[in-house]
Design a protein around this ligand. Sequence first.
Ligand SMILES: [Cu+2]
Length: 127
Amino acid sequence: MKTITKYKHEIMWWMSRLTIMLTSLFLSFTLASSAYAADAGIQMGANGNLIFEPNEVTVSVGDTVTFTNGDLPPHNVVFLEHDELSHSDLAFMSGEQFPVTFTEAGNYEFQCEPHAGAGMKGVIHVE
Ligand SMILES: [Cu+2]
């Protein structure tokens, strides 16, 4: 009888440990996703149109804007007068991402080279 009681205590101990571990795991995911949400995302070729969606965003210095390849590839992102931020390599796969981090305030105009003529352009304001 005594051994069963001891066993129960051990199970309870492990279950409380498991609960704590799962809770902290859940919290770290929640915090990570909310930190990501503070930055911005732009889709390339959104909904089968040759556009950036949105084509104008405002972010803070230090923020990262992630370009995600959507429909009608290939697309790229070329910033006017900012080669260091550009991703001139074409993205062919839907879901491919180009993260771009802005360390200086300013207005950054960009375009998709194959589709600039179709109006696939945008601007990012960094404050
Ligand atoms: Cu394009």
